[in-house]
Design a protein around this ligand. Structure first.
Ligand SMILES: Cc1ncc(COP(=O)(O)O)c(C=O)c1O
Length: 495
């Protein structure tokens, strides 16, 4: 089929296709192209028109075309060849898989057949793929990232790089960046630290991995919040730790008398903004955890992953700032404020652990990317970091407000919005007997990827609901998408 004919065929599909009334255009386009492929209107190996020409022919934005292409790519209907275009794949996917899932699949016999380790990672579901859907949790909006400025700062470092910038990262990372982070944390997060205690890592995943490797042995017990950040859980698990889920309530992690009888070596918690449910840990709970850790010689990992985005109330101080016994390891990330691919985060360790952690980081990871660390140090020192956070906070705050408003009607169907004073996602909670996986699938059919809360839980019964990210959807579209999602939720709960 010639390009013009294809465009006309797609246009007809877009206008006449049997789509739900408010399905987003990118999703309609995806469905139309998929139909063209499965019906062999576009045969295997055929080259898809360029996004530019399709955008002109169909009179929709290139971003819309790109989003449709991305999804086809993710699902294996097409393949992309750098610089040469997008082609219909020769082997079509047999079925839709729930790719990029935040929920590891159950271990399978495949692991053993392939001779892979029993740590469990090998069977962790399909590899994650780039998501371009409005409410995907963890997806940020990079369109406003100051790329020109960032390039200028990087170029400045490359113009006459000092030898130390081209070497491995020594001493826990580039000193000016560690200094800038220490200054920032002291003021904005009430972290109690000296520069020496700050280590630059390649993000939270690596920080947790380092803590697990350096502080625990196989079969040690780790408390995790229930529900919990699945990626943290995975890292702890593959390090051989036994996970003990601890319930959360309105005051954050809520260990019971039974929990206190176990003997955790490590406690992973998100006190400033419980992930995923969003509550702030109360002062009383903080004291309780800190005292318990001090008495039992347990380590606390404080994952402070999105405190930059606090929309209401006063900033929340860190748990680390209250720790008088050197039991807390404080983790932060640049994934949310800069971009996830920067792979930079930090770890603040108690003074007595500094040397061991610096050695561990060097021996296990051979850290590098010092040029990027230097550019980031300038970005913070010259005030761009603070400006960028202020800007993002306004944008995301507005998106949060609009989404809350659009989702308000779900209350009439018995759903409840969890607190959203900060961060980049919200949770709509359902009754315990609701099948949240089914609701998430219904939303996916409308082109809205949201995650079922039950996939973050451990044991039974699990809390039910949806985790909804609001950082990625454009402000102008969020109300429309929010209403579609509210409809999906209401319809599913009332069915
Ligand atoms: C609870 C939590 N911690 C940390 C991170 C960031 O991890 P990383 O620094 O590895 O990108 C995320 C990202 O979504 C998160 O949800």
């Amino acid at each position: 089929m010639k390009q013009l004919e294809l465009s006309e065929w797609l246009l007809t599909q877009l206008m006449q296709g049997n789509f739900p009334a408010r399905m987003p255009t990118h999703r309609r386009l995806y469905e139309a192209i998929r139909l063209a492929i499965t019906e062999h209107i576009l045969p295997a190996g055929a080259r898809l028109p360029s996004t530019r020409s399709l955008s002109q022919d169909l009179r929709v934005s290139r971003n819309t075309i790109l989003a449709a292409f991305e999804q086809l790519l993710d699902e294996g209907y097409v393949s992309a060849q750098t610089g040469s275009g997008t082609y219909v794949a020769y082997k079509q996917p047999d079925e839709f898989s729930n790719h990029s899932s935040p929920h590891p699949a159950a271990p399978s016999p495949i692991t053993e057949n392939l001779g892979l380790s029993k740590r469990g990672l090998a069977a962790a579901g399909s590899p994650s793929s780039h998501e371009v859907q409005p409410f995907t949790p963890g997806e940020d909006d990079y369109s406003g990232f100051p790329t020109m400025l960032w390039r200028r700062l990087l170029n400045r470092q490359w113009r006459a790089p000092q030898p130390e910038l081209l070497d491995y990262g020594h001493e826990g990372g580039y000193l000016p960046l560690r200094t800038a982070i220490a200054d920032y944390l002291r003021v904005s997060r009430a972290v109690n630290l000296s520069v020496d205690q700050v280590l630059i890592t390649s993000g939270t995943q690596q920080s947790i991995d380092l803590c697990a490797r350096l502080l625990t042995d196989e079969d040690d017990l780790a408390w995790v919040e229930n529900p919990c950040y699945w990626a943290a859980r995975r890292v702890l698990q593959v390090n051989g730790l036994k996970l003990h889920p601890v319930a959360v309530d309105a005051e954050g992690m809520a260990p019971s008398a039974l929990d206190f009888q176990t003997n955790p070596h490590l406690i992973y918690t998100t006190p400033s903004h419980q992930y995923p449910k969003g509550m702030v840990m109360s002062y009383g709970r903080r004291r309780l955890l800190l005292d318990y850790a001090a008495n039992r010689n347990a380590w606390i990992i404080e994952d402070d992953y999105d405190s930059e985005f606090r929309f209401e109330g006063r900033p929340i101080s860190s748990l680390q700032g209250m720790d008088q016994h050197g039991r807390v390891l404080y983790l932060g990330t640049f994934s949310k404020v800069m971009y996830p691919g920067i792979r930079l985060g930090y770890l603040v360790v108690p003074p007595q652990l500094v040397t061991s952690f610096k050695n561990g980081l060097y021996e296990l990871q051979r850290p590098g990317q010092v040029v990027i660390q230097a550019a980031l140090a300038d970005f913070i020192e010259e005030g761009h970091f603070a400006t960028h956070i202020r800007r993002l906070r306004l944008i995301y705050g507005e998106r949060r407000r609009l989404l809350q408003k659009a989702l308000a009607p779900v209350a009439s169907a018995g759903a409840k919005l969890s607190p959203v004073d900060s961060g980049l996602h919200m949770v709509v909670e359902f009754d315990a007997d609701c099948d949240d996986v089914r609701v998430a699938k219904a939303a996916a059919k409308q082109g809205l990827r949201v995650y079922p809360l039950s996939n973050y839980g451990m044991g039974e019964p699990r809390e039910k609901g949806l985790i909804i990210g609001y950082a990625y959807a454009a402000t102008k579209d969020i109300t429309q998408y929010g209403k579609i999602l509210a409809d999906v939720i209401q319809t599913a709960l009332e069915a």
